[in-house]
Write a protein that binds this ligand. Structure first.
Ligand SMILES: [Zn+2]
Length: 259
């Protein structure tokens, strides 16, 4: 391991120590029942006259298989998965911390989100974009060293192969974490991410189900139609389902596993 990478890992391990400040779950959660949810998922899938899927919540069928992949504590991505259209965020004119890769698919929305945040006075940037499975292996080993056991480490970092970041469509919009959590920029991101196609799956209310701490900087792109639908249904405050569950339901309804 070279010195720079070692320094980055130490910095990453140190910054998570200040992450966990429990916040109150808002009391206005109104979660749709399963029938309602199935109804709007079914309505979000466009089919041609033969019934074949054309678009999934605005995402072309060909791209949808990757966009709606499951990546949770219990669902691993296909071993060694990496998207085919990774590009440098910096070279695409997007503010970053260090060298960051993103899927070309989300460059436009990412650039627009950061630009609009900036015009509202908030400093968002790609603190972390794509992470390869090999890189996650190094990070997770460092986290086990820090926390002493795999279970605790797994609350702060995904196991290799289980990270949304391996999709290339997930961005941490800061690397200040604890400071960001209490900032107006976090409120802005929560209120606006959906307009650019992003959901923030790791909310306070979802902590017990996702298994990860509240991460208001962690945004996964699913396209504007689904993100807006989830936002209007207050998905961050739901008590039995989370955004990853909805992604799994979309995947099943569009039969992406058998495509
Ligand atoms: Zn993240």
């Amino acid at each position: 391991m070279n010195l720079l990478r070692r320094r980055l890992l130490i910095a990453a391990a140190t910054s998570v120590a200040s992450l966990w400040t429990p916040l109150r779950v808002r009391a206005d959660a109104r979660e749709p029942d399963l029938a309602t949810l199935r109804g709007w998922i079914s309505a979000g899938i466009e089919r041609d006259s033969s019934g074949a899927v054309v678009r999934v919540f605005g995402v072309d069928q060909a791209a949808s298989d990757d966009v709606f992949l499951r990546a949770t504590r219990s669902d691993a991505l296909p071993d060694g998965y990496a998207p085919a259209d990774l590009v440098s965020a910096g070279a695409s004119g997007i503010a970053t911390a260090g060298r960051q890769l993103l899927r070309a698919l989300i460059v436009e929305d990412t650039r627009a989100l950061i630009a609009e945040a900036a015009s509202d006075g908030h400093d968002l940037y790609v603190g972390s974009g794509f992470r390869s499975q090999a890189y996650q292996e190094v990070v997770f080993a460092a986290q086990i060293n820090r926390w002493g056991d795999e279970e605790t480490a797994n609350r702060y970092s995904a196991r290799p192969g289980h990270s949304h970041h391996q999709l290339g469509t997930t961005i941490d919009f800061t690397n200040t974490f604890g400071a960001f959590r209490r900032s107006a920029a976090a409120d802005w991101l929560r209120d606006n991410a959906h307009r650019f196609g992003f959901v923030l799956p790791y909310s306070v209310a979802a902590t017990n189900r996702t298994g990860y701490i509240d991460e208001p900087w962690h945004a996964r792109w699913v396209g504007q139609p689904l993100a807006a639908q989830l936002r209007s249904a207050n998905y961050q405050d739901w008590s039995t389902l989370d955004a990853d569950d909805v992604i799994a339901m979309v995947r099943a309804e569009a039969a992406l596993d058998v495509a």
